[in-house]
Design a protein around this ligand. Structure first.
Ligand code: IVH
Length: 684
C-alpha cells in the first residue's frame, strides 16, 4: 500500500477501533466479536510497522504497552490534587451541612457519589488526545504514568464530540474484584506473592515499569471531577454529563440530593448495595453541586470545603501485640504473623493477624507489646492497621525483621521490586519441600489423590520422600505400619494413626496411575517458578520433550510465544541445578511422560474418525492448534455442521447461527476444556 492510502486506512482503522472500544468498555454493548476486533487491530499494527511515522498518538495499538519506563518523571499539577476530609458518622455529615449552609444559605443541593477505593489520577487531553496521566503524588506534583494508563481500555485515548482544547479530568483507577481474584490465583499458582487487596494491586500496577505487564492487569477507571470549571457549567452534575458525552467513563450511581435525609438514604442504600459491585468502594463522597457555591466555600490547603467523604465503618478493636511468628510458605515467601492478646472482633475471637511483610511493619512502626488496632475488612485474615502510640512502653524497640529462615537457617533474600523476603533454599527448606511435594500430587498436576497433605508429611518426616522423584521408589513394605502421633488437645490423650494395607495399596496404585499423566502436566507438576499450567502447555507444545527444553538457551526460550524474560530465566536456573536433573532422571526411569505423545497408532485413533467443527476464539490454544490435535488423534475437521458432525468445539464469540444449527441437529457442543478432557480420558 502506498503512503497516501496508508494514511487514509490508518485513520479509518483507528476510528473504527476506538468506536468498538467505547461500545465495549464504556457502553458495555459490543457490536463486534473479539476475533474481528483482533483482526482489525492486527491490520493496523501491520500498517504501523510498515510506516512507523504514521502511528497516531491515539492509536489503539498503544494500549498493548510500549517501551518500558526507566523512571517516572515528576510533573507539577496544574490544579492541586486535593483530598477530601473523612467522616465516619451521620452527625459529622449534619455538621458539614450546617457549615455549608452558614456560608451559602439554605438554597443548597448536593451530589452523592461512590467513593472508589483505588488511586487517584489526573488525565490531561490536548486537542482531544490523551497526552499525560499523573498520579496524586503529594498533591502538588505527581508521577507521569501515561504509558501505563494508556493500557487501561476504559480510558479513551481520544475524546468524542465537543471538548476544550486543553482539558484535565480526575478520577480513580481501580482493579475489579473478579480480575483481582483470578490474578491472585494465577500468581499463587506460579509462586508469586498474592496482593493483599485490589487497591494495593491497582497502585502496584501503576508503579510497574513495563506497560506490557500493566496491560495484562484487570484495571478500570471512573472519572469524577473536573477541576477549574473548564467546561463552564453551572453545576458538578452537568459537568459529569458533558464528560460522559466526550466518551469518558462516568458512573451511573450518582444522585442529586436536596437535603441530608436524601444523603443518608444514598449512604444506607450503598452500605448494602456495595456487596453487589464488582469493585470496592470504601464510602460515599458528598459534593456541593453548584460550581459558584463551591467557589464561595473555597478550600483549605488540603481539602475543599464543598465536599466531604463518608467512610463505611470497618469493625476495629484494640489489643496487644505479644510476639511475631514468621511463616515460610511453599514458595519460600516469609510472612510475619502477629500473635495477639485474644479479642472479640466481628463475632469471632481473633488471636492472630497478618502483618504481610517487612515494609508494612516498618510503615506502621509496630512493636512488641504495642497496643494495636485490628480490623476485619474484605480480607478473611484480620490485619493490624495502626498503633496506639500513646500507650507505647518507653523502652520499646523497632521490630528487627529476621534475616535467616526460621525453618532451615538460610539467609533470607529480598528483591528490590518485591515486598516479601524469601528463603532461597528451595530444595532443602522443609516447608518448601513439602509444598513442592503437595503441588506435585495436586489435582491439576499428577492427580495422586490417594496422597494428601497429612500423608506427604508422614512420608517426609520418615525420610522416605525428599523430592518428587522419590515417590516412584516407594515400595509397600516401606509404608506398611508407618505411624504418626497426633497430639491430644485440651488435656486429651495423644492418638496415633498408622498406614494399613488398604491405604498402602491405594497409595502405590495412585502413584502408578500417575505415570500416564501427559507431559504438560508433568512439567507443571515440577513446580518450576512461573511455570503454571498454561506456560507448561506452551513449552511442551514447542519443545515436545524434556531434553529439548533442558537444552534450550535463554534466547531461544524467550523467543517462544508468551515466554518472557522472567519465565526464561527461571527455567534456565532450574535446569542448571544438578539435583533437578537427578529428579528428571528418576522420573524418566520410572516411566513418566517426558515427551508429547506423537501420533502413535494408539493415539492417532482415539477420536475414531469422528468429524469436528471448531469455531470461535479459545483461551489456551489457537483454533489451528485444536484442529491439529483433532487430526493428530484421528479425527476429521469440517467447516459446516451437518447431522454427521460428531462435536462442535465452541470458543467464545462463536456466531449464533452455528449454535442454532448444532442445537437443531442434536450435535453436542463442547468447550476447549471438554475437548482436552475428551482426549485425556481416551488416552488414560
Ligand atoms: S472527588 C477535590 N469523588 O477519594 C475533590 N474523590 O481523599 C476531588 N475518591 O483523592 C476528589 N471516589 O482519590 C472524588 N467519587 C469520588 C471519589 C473520590 C474516590 C478518592 C480520590 C480522593 C480521595 C479522597
Amino acid at each position: 500500500m502506498n503512503k497516501e492510502d496508508a494514511i487514509l486506512k490508518i485513520d479509518i482503522l483507528v476510528d473504527e477501533l476506538q468506536q468498538h472500544n467505547y461500545n465495549y468498555y464504556i457502553l458495555s454493548t459490543p457490536t463486534i466479536s473479539n476475533y474481528d476486533f483482533d483482526r482489525l487491530l492486527k491490520e493496523l499494527e501491520q500498517l504501523e510497522a510498515e510506516y512507523p511515522d504514521l502511528v497516531r498518538p491515539d492509536s489503539p495499538t498503544l494500549r498493548v504497552g510500549g517501551e518500558p519506563t526507566k523512571y517516572f518523571a515528576n510533573v507539577v499539577h496544574k490544579y492541586p490534587m486535593l483530598s477530601l476530609s473523612n467522616t465516619y458518622s451521620e452527625d459529622e455529615i449534619l455538621e458539614f451541612d450546617t457549615r455549608v449552609r452558614k456560608v451559602i444559605g439554605d438554597n443548597v443541593e448536593y451530589v452523592c457519589e461512590l467513593k472508589y477505593d483505588g488511586l487517584s489520577i489526573g488525565l490531561i487531553y490536548k486537542n482531544g488526545i490523551l497526552v499525560q496521566a499523573i498520579t496524586r503524588g503529594d498533591g502538588i506534583q505527581g508521577d507521569d504514568v501515561t504509558n501505563n494508563v494508556r493500557t487501561i481500555k476504559s480510558i479513551p485515548l481520544k475524546l468524542k464530540g465537543n471538548y476544550p482544547r486543553d482539558f484535565e479530568i480526575r478520577g480513580e483507577i481501580f482493579m475489579t474484584i473478579d480480575g483481582f481474584n483470578s490474578m491472585n490465583a494465577e500468581r499463587e499458582e506460579v509462586g508469586e506473592q498474592a496482593f493483599a487487596n485490589p487497591r494495593n494491586a491497582a497502585s502496584g500496577s501503576m508503579k510497574m515499569q513495563d506497560p506490557k505487564e500493566v496491560a495484562q492487569r484487570p484495571l478500570d477507571c471512573y472519572l469524577y471531577y473536573i477541576p477549574g470549571n473548564q467546561l463552564d457549567v453551572t453545576n458538578h452534575y452537568n459537568s459529569l454529563q458533558l464528560a460522559s458525552k466526550m466518551g469518558l467513563k462516568i458512573s451511573k450511581n450518582i444522585a442529586v440530593c436536596k437535603n441530608t435525609e436524601d444523603i443518608f438514604e444514598f449512604i444506607n442504600d450503598w452500605a448494602v448495595g456495595r456487596k453487589n459491585l464488582n469493585y470496592e468502594i470504601d464510602g460515599i463522597v458528598i459534593k456541593v453541586n453548584s460550581i459558584s457555591q463551591q467557589k464561595q466555600l473555597g478550600s483549605t490547603a488540603k481539602n475543599p470545603r464543598w465536599a466531604i467523604s463518608y467512610k463505611f465503618k470497618t469493625e476495629r478493636v484494640e489489643t496487644i501485640l505479644k510476639s511475631i511468628d514468621y511463616q515460610v510458605g511453599r514458595t519460600g515467601a516469609v510472612t510475619p504473623v502477629a500473635n495477639l492478646v485474644p479479642v472479640q472482633l466481628a463475632g469471632t475471637v481473633v488471636k492472630r493477624a497478618s502483618l504481610h511483610n517487612a515494609d508494612i511493619i516498618k510503615t506502621l512502626d509496630v512493636r512488641i507489646d504495642d497496643h494495636v488496632m485490628v480490623e476485619k475488612g474484605g480480607e478473611i485474615i484480620p490485619k493490624i492497621v495502626g498503633v496506639n502510640f500513646e500507650k507505647r512502653l518507653s523502652d520499646s524497640r523497632p521490630v528487627k525483621f529476621i534475616d535467616a529462615c526460621p525453618e532451615c537457617g538460610t539467609s533470607l533474600t529480598k528483591k528490590m521490586e518485591e515486598a516479601a523476603h524469601y528463603c532461597p533454599n528451595e530444595d532443602h527448606c522443609p516447608p518448601q519441600i513439602k509444598g513442592k511435594l503437595e503441588h506435585f500430587i495436586s489435582r491439576k498436576a499428577m492427580n495422586i489423590d490417594s496422597l494428601g497433605e497429612g500423608k506427604i508429611e508422614m512420608l517426609y518426616d520418615n525420610n522416605l520422600v525428599h523430592n518428587v522423584g522419590d515417590f516412584y521408589s516407594l515400595k509397600p513394605e516401606m509404608l506398611i505400619g508407618l505411624e504418626k502421633v497426633i497430639p491430644g488437645k485440651d488435656g486429651k490423650k495423644d492418638s496415633k494413626i498408622s498406614f494399613q494395607a488398604k491405604t498402602v495399596v491405594n497409595i502405590i496404585s495412585g502413584i502408578e496411575k500417575s505415570k500416564q499423566v501427559p507431559f504438560a502436566r508433568v512439567l507443571f507438576a515440577l513446580g518450576i517458578r512461573f511455570v503454571g499450567e498454561t506456560v507448561a502447555k506452551k513449552l511442551t507444545g514447542h519443545y515436545r520433550n524434556i531434553t529439548a527444553l533442558k537444552n534450550a538457551s535463554f534466547e531461544e526460550l524467550n523467543e517462544v510465544d508468551e515466554i518472557g524474560v522472567r519465565i526464561a530465566e527461571s527455567i534456565i536456573n532450574w535446569f542448571s541445578k544438578p539435583e533437578h536433573n537427578d529428579i528428571i532422571e528418576k522420573l524418566s526411569n520410572a516411566g513418566l511422560n517426558m515427551e508429547m505423545v506423537e501420533s502413535s497408532d494408539e493415539a492417532s485413533n482415539i477420536l475414531d474418525g469422528k468429524s469436528f467443527v471448531v469455531s470461535g476464539v479459545f483461551e489456551n490454544y489457537s483454533r489451528d492448534e485444536i484442529k491439529a490435535l483433532i487430526e493428530q488423534y484421528g479425527g476429521k475437521n469440517t467447516s459446516t455442521i451437518s447431522s454427521k458432525t460428531g462435536y462442535l468445539v465452541a470458543g467464545s464469540n462463536m456466531g449464533p447461527a452455528k449454535k442454532q444449527k448444532a442445537d437443531k441437529l442434536g450435535v453436542p457442543m463442547i468447550s476447549e476444556d471438554d475437548f482436552m478432557k475428551l482426549i485425556d480420558s481416551k488416552k488414560i
